[in-house]
Design a protein around this ligand. Structure first.
Ligand code: A3P
Length: 324
């Protein structure tokens, strides 16, 4: 890491000019409020922090990238909207819209002023998503008071995250040329988009310990092991618990099925076509669905790499109560 001058070519001008910067991925990242961001993301985050007006009934889905955002969006949308959209219905929005498009991101590289306005126009209660670390959430979202929004945080075993991340960048970025072992090293050093990942995890984890009614902390692996239990937990957290009739009719299980990796991956809206979701980068809809497995790292990491990452994770999370 070094303090280098931000270039105009980097795209965010004066905002990034005083920030530490480092190269290694497809573009230089900047160290902003304790996290690594692209210059465009610095701009977007700054804008959202200045302009976004949280509401007490907002629900925020927060994730570190590649921890299961798409899945959480699908589940949350289905649960929160099931009075409007029956789960078993051939007109359910998930059958024709990508989960990424059903829950908007707070920050995005293309989050221009008018798009912050679009968030304002959404009816309450809003369902929003973010990759922002806890400490960088716009004022009011993270506030520990009755005015603060509720937050669901989903994290994932870091070895699977780095594998998922590398494949994703390979697929969506023609300018992403680095080999897996190099990406692994950068990730291990805490240098990745929105990294260090351990700081990201800990920010939400610590808050979930202090304020469990407001911050629900989930792990991808636990959700995969018992999705029905988690669907019920989420419904309660969203204050739309399943009624006895719904339970008897198997609605929780239907939500699990509708949002399952196999089902979503196979839908034409998710398996074909492309969209520009971040501004200037057309990506295939299928890039959000790869293998959807726990433990795929075994196919990509040597034993040495796995031990190395396990050690740093253990060291960084030590004493927090969070473990993988
Ligand atoms: P893999 O690359 O390991 O397959 P994100 O949505 O945060 O970008 O995370 C993407 C990861 O979640 C990918 O992991 C993807 O396959 C997986 N995923 C997407 N939809 C899923 C679903 N419905 N259930 C479980 N995993 C899902």
């Amino acid at each position: 890491q070094h303090n280098g001058p931000a270039t105009e070519a980097a795209g965010a001008g004066s905002l990034t000019s005083s920030l530490p910067t480092r190269e290694g991925w497809w573009t230089p990242f900047f160290f902003f409020q304790g996290f690594w961001l692209t210059p465009q993301a610095v701009k977007s985050v700054t804008l959202v922090q200045a302009r976004f007006q949280p509401r007490a009934d907002d629900i925020i889905l927060a994730t570190f990238p590649k921890c299961g955002t798409t899945w959480l969006k699908a589940l949350a949308f289905t649960l929160a909207n099931r009075s409007r959209h029956r789960v078993i219905d051939d007109k359910h929005p998930l059958l024709t819209q990508h989960p990424q498009d059903l829950v908007p991101f707070l920050e995005l590289p293309n989050r221009a002023l008018h798009l912050v306005g679009e968030l304002e126009a959404l009816p309450s209660p809003r369902l929003l998503s973010t990759h922002l670390p806890y400490a960088s959430l716009p004022f009011g979202v993270g506030t520990s008071s009755s005015l603060g929004c509720r937050i669901v945080y989903l994290c994932r075993e870091p070895k699977d995250v780095v594998v998922s991340m590398w494949h994703y960048y390979k697929k969506i970025r023609p300018d992403f040329l680095i080999e897996f072992h190099k990406a692994f090293e950068l990730f291990f050093e805490g240098f990745s988009l929105y990294g260090p990942f351990w700081e990201h995890f800990l920010g939400y984890w610590n808050q979930s310990v202090i304020d469990p009614d407001r911050v629900l902390f989930l792990k991808y692996e636990d959700m995969m092991a018992d999705p029905t239990k988690h669907v019920k937990m989420l419904a309660e957290f969203f204050r739309v618990p399943f009624s006895e009739d719904e339970e008897n009719a198997g609605v929780p299980e239907e939500v699990v099925k509708l949002c399952s990796f196999e089902n979503l991956k196979g839908l034409p809206v998710n398996s074909t076509g492309k969209a520009d979701r971040i501004g200037g980068l057309l990506m295939e809809n299928s890039s959000f669905f790869r293998s959807g497995k726990v433990g795929d790292w075994r196919n990509h990491l040597t034993e040495e790499m796995a031990n190395k990452l396990d050690c740093i994770v253990q060291e960084k999370l030590k004493g927090s109560g969070l473990a993988f």
